[in-house]
Design a protein around this ligand. Structure first.
Ligand SMILES: [Zn+2]
Length: 273
């Protein structure tokens, strides 16, 4: 029980750091210095006002100095991170898998919230994820070779690179098809874009699917790709009911779909077949 509490508190602190990344990475600012400050009045935030979730509740969502609203996104990111890490710890214990999938979902949280805020993601985040996945598969490969008797084609690093190429290729193929049909549609409509979009899928989405392939494999790529539109549809219905009209970019849907596939992927796959 104590270990779960520790993981949860560590998760909240990681989430707090992710908030800094989400706010600063897209603006190419340092994530180390300066320490946190209020985005409205720029006053430095005291450590006791910077405790994950609790400070938000205690201050009732307002800055101590200027009393302007603090975005609900901050505690949300902290709670999501804590629950995801708790879930992973429960599944894998303290292990290389916990570390591997922890990195994946931390990156998904960061790219999703950056995409919501800026409608774009820094390309290096997915490249970083892909590099880490390949690096971790190298560690597993060294372990496998030491144990001996493994087929070269079944070495973790070979499988990871194959899955990476599949993810990139699969998404890029759909991008080409999508762009082709979108081009025809825009030609007929004599327009340049659909609500500002000129491409069916951005290259960021392609990198993202490469990352999903490298971490989770071929089945996950296919399932995530076809599940994400349903997640988007569910949100759209929700938004219509609650009259929240603003459009959300695609990466958050892909990330939610990834989590669903991570938890229930085998069930979904068996159900479809
Ligand atoms: Zn303030």
């Amino acid at each position: 029980m104590l270990d779960l509490a520790i993981v949860f508190v560590v998760g909240l602190s990681v989430g707090s750091f992710l908030n800094v990344c989400i706010a600063r990475l897209p603006e190419n600012k340092s994530i180390v210095k300066p320490s946190s400050f209020c985005p409205h009045c720029k006053k430095a935030i005291n450590w006791y006002d910077n405790i994950p979730v609790l400070s938000y509740l205690f201050l009732m969502g307002k800055c101590r100095f200027c009393k302007k609203r603090i975005s609900i996104v901050y505690p949300a990111v902290e709670l999501i991170t804590a629950f995801v890490l708790l879930f992973l710890y429960n599944q894998f214990g303290l292990s290389l898998d916990l570390f591997k999938y922890g990195i994946l979902f931390i990156l998904l949280i960061v790219v999703s919230f950056i995409d919501i805020k800026y409608h774009a993601i820094p390309a290096y985040l997915c490249i970083l994820g892909i590099s880490l996945a390949v690096f971790l598969s190298l560690i597993s490969t060294i372990k496998a070779i030491k144990q001996g008797g493994v087929d070269l084609g079944l070495l973790p690093v070979v499988i990871t690179v194959k899955n990476l190429i599949f993810g990139l290729g699969f998404a890029y193929l759909f991008k080409l098809f999508g762009d082709f049909f979108m081009g025809i549609y825009l030609g007929f409509q004599k327009k340049d874009s659909i609500e500002g979009e000129t491409e069916s899928l951005g290259l960021g989405d392609v990198d993202f699917m490469g990352m999903i392939g490298a971490f989770l494999g071929v089945k996950a790529v296919i399932l995530v790709f076809f599940l994400a539109p349903f997640v988007a549809l569910a949100y759209t219905v929700f938004a219509l009911i609650f009259k929240k009209s603003h459009l959300i970019p695609y990466l958050p849907y892909l990330s939610i779909a990834t989590f669903i596939v991570f938890v229930w992927g085998n069930n979904i796959w068996n159900f479809i077949l």
